[in-house]
Design a protein around this ligand. Structure first.
Ligand SMILES: [Zn+2]
Length: 350
């Protein structure tokens, strides 16, 4: 299957001339987006901008989006930098920029549409998107079941050799971060400090994002190491449910860690060739994993009780085990399902 990855490259050691040209292009884009005035922007960069940004916020800076056929990337043994990235600017100028990638560029990968962005400190970054054909493991026979939740971002359990093991609970800190910032926003709202509210919103976003990246990375690494397919609940159910919840609730949900985690797990797994399956999530948190009864209740938030068999258990772990069981049932019905992922990548699997 085709897998994509973003490689962040810091643009370094700019000469005055290059900095001037790059800044002119970048500032020119902002002016164009805000006012529609063309100050000598590269025409393809301009068309790209028109294609992407439908709604322009005055407070935002937008990255340059460079079409894939216009990007060049080269390595050479130059003293200044080993890696060079090139984009078109202005009239017909091609600008070669020395860069420092945060990870190595995978061999055999092809370049995709990428972005150039400017940090608040004035440093430019190239977000290089690379794509590579990664064979999907068809020999994985263990299962790593992942329950993504609102209360706790992720709970996983490994099913190997007929037994459950290694329950793991992720992201308690995410809830703390969200709660802290909700409290802060409320306090600032009372004082009508709108600018500050916006700023702390960005900080919260970044912190939650970082935490989600760590969680998804650990989960995918474990699956790869344990030769396990990843099985998650299908978000569709949640998305359908949001229709009745109104716009405000919808916005909150799309910012929820489990929404981010689903996407991050998918693309990180694709890169390692780990198959990902999604199964309907319905009742996985209400069903008792020991006896299958749905006559259950919550004693306290994380504690689950089955009224039929008397099981008292961690609710998130119970849901994760149900996800694994449901997948196993399905696998027994359709033999060989373990080998074929049902993720969006399935179309590219021969
Ligand atoms: Zn039970």
């Amino acid at each position: 299957m085709k897998a994509k990855k973003v490689i962040k490259c810091k643009i370094i050691a700019l000469t005055d001339r290059k900095r001037r040209l790059l800044e002119a292009e970048y500032n020119g884009l902002q002016v164009y987006l805000q006012t529609g005035k063309d100050s000598g922007l590269c025409k393809t960069n301009m068309r790209q901008a028109k294609r992407f940004y439908k709604k322009i916020l005055v407070t935002h800076e937008y990255p340059l989006t460079i079409r894939k056929d216009l990007i060049r990337f080269q390595t050479n043994d130059c003293k200044l930098s080993k890696f060079w990235f090139s984009i078109p600017v202005g009239g017909r100028t091609r600008l070669w920029l020395p860069v420092q990638p945060h990870a190595s560029i995978p061999e055999g990968a092809t370049l995709c549409e990428s972005k150039v962005t400017r940090g608040r400190d004035g440093v430019f970054w190239a977000h290089l998107v690379v794509e590579k054909e990664i064979p999907c493991h068809t020999d994985f026979t263990n299962i790593l079941a992942v329950d993504l939740g609102e209360r706790l971002p992720a709970t996983t359990v490994l099913y190997a050799n007929g037994a459950f093991k290694e329950p793991r609970f992720y992201g308690r800190e995410v809830r703390g971060i969200r709660r802290h910032y909700a409290w802060l926003r409320k306090r600032l709202g009372e004082k009508k400090a709108l600018n500050t509210i916006r700023k702390i919103g960005q900080t919260e976003h970044r912190k939650v994002n970082d935490a989600c990246h760590k969680i998804s990375h650990t989960i995918v690494e474990q699956a790869s190491r344990e030769r396990a397919v990843i099985v998650m609940g299908d978000l569709k159910g949640i998305r359908d449910g949001t229709k009745r919840r109104g716009r405000r609730m919808n916005r909150i949900i799309s910012n929820m860690p489990y929404y981010k985690l689903t996407q991050q797990i998918m693309y990180k797994a694709a890169w390692l060739g780990v198959p990902v399956h999604q199964i309907p999530e319905r009742n996985t948190s209400k069903t008792c994993h020991r006896c299958g009864s749905t006559d259950t209740t919550r004693l306290k938030q994380p504690i689950f009780e089955c009224k039929d068999c008397g099981l008292i258990y961690n609710a998130d772990l119970n849901a994760a085990k149900n996800i694994a069981e449901r997948f196993l049932d399905q696998a027994v019905k359709e033999r060989g399902i373990l080998a074929v992922p049902v993720t969006p990548h399935e179309r590219s699997v021969p």
